[in-house]
Design a protein around this ligand. Structure first.
Ligand code: SF4
Length: 144
C-alpha cells in the first residue's frame, strides 16, 4: 500500500496537528498520519488524494478548484528543487525521518512555502513551525 498524496500535502503533512475541516476529515487524516509515521511510502497523485477523501465526493469541495491545483504546482516545484529530483504524479517518496526533518527545517525557514500563499490554515501552520512542530501527528518513523 502507498499513501496517495497530492503535492501540496507534502507540506501540510508536516504541520498537521489534529485540526481540519470536519470530524470525518480529521479521523481520516489521523489514520494517514499513523501510516506515514510507520514509514509507509507516499505516491504522488494529481488532484484529490487520500487526505481529501472525506471531502472530495462533494463536487463543490475546494479540493477540485484550480487554485488548489496551482498550490500543488508550487509545492511540487519547491520540494523538487529541495530534493533535486522530480515531484510529479507517480513518483514515490519514503517519508523517512531524514526527509521529514529536512522538509520541516526548510518549511520553518520559509523556503518552501510559496504554495501556502492565501491558505486559510497559514496562521496555524506558522505557529506549528514556530513551535518546533510540537504536537505534529506525522512522526519520524523508527523503521526508516
Ligand atoms: S498553510 Fe495551508 S498549504 Fe501550507 S502547509 Fe499549512 S495547510 Fe498546507
Amino acid at each position: 500500500m502507498t499513501v496517495r498524496l497530492r503535492a501540496h500535502h507534502l507540506l501540510c503533512m508536516l504541520t498537521y496537528v489534529g485540526k481540519g475541516y470536519s470530524p470525518a476529515f480529521v479521523e481520516n487524516y489521523e489514520a494517514i498520519a499513523a501510516r506515514l509515521s510507520v514509514g509507509e511510502e507516499i505516491e504522488l497523485v494529481a488532484g484529490p488524494d487520500d487526505i481529501c477523501g472525506p471531502l472530495s465526493a462533494d463536487p463543490d469541495a475546494h479540493c477540485h478548484r484550480e487554485s488548489v491545483v496551482d498550490r500543488d504546482r508550487a509545492a511540487a516545484d519547491a520540494v523538487a528543487r529541495l530534493l533535486g529530483s522530480p515531484v510529479s504524479p507517480g513518483v514515490r517518496i519514503a517519508p523517512t525521518a531524514a526527509l521529514l526533518s529536512r522538509l520541516r527545517k526548510t518549511f520553518a525557514a520559509g523556503a518552501i512555502r510559496t504554495a501556502c500563499s492565501g491558505c486559510e490554515w497559514s496562521e496555524l501552520c506558522d505557529g506549528v513551525a514556530d513551535g518546533g512542530f510540537a504536537g505534529a501527528r506525522v512522526l519520524p518513523s523508527r523503521r526508516t
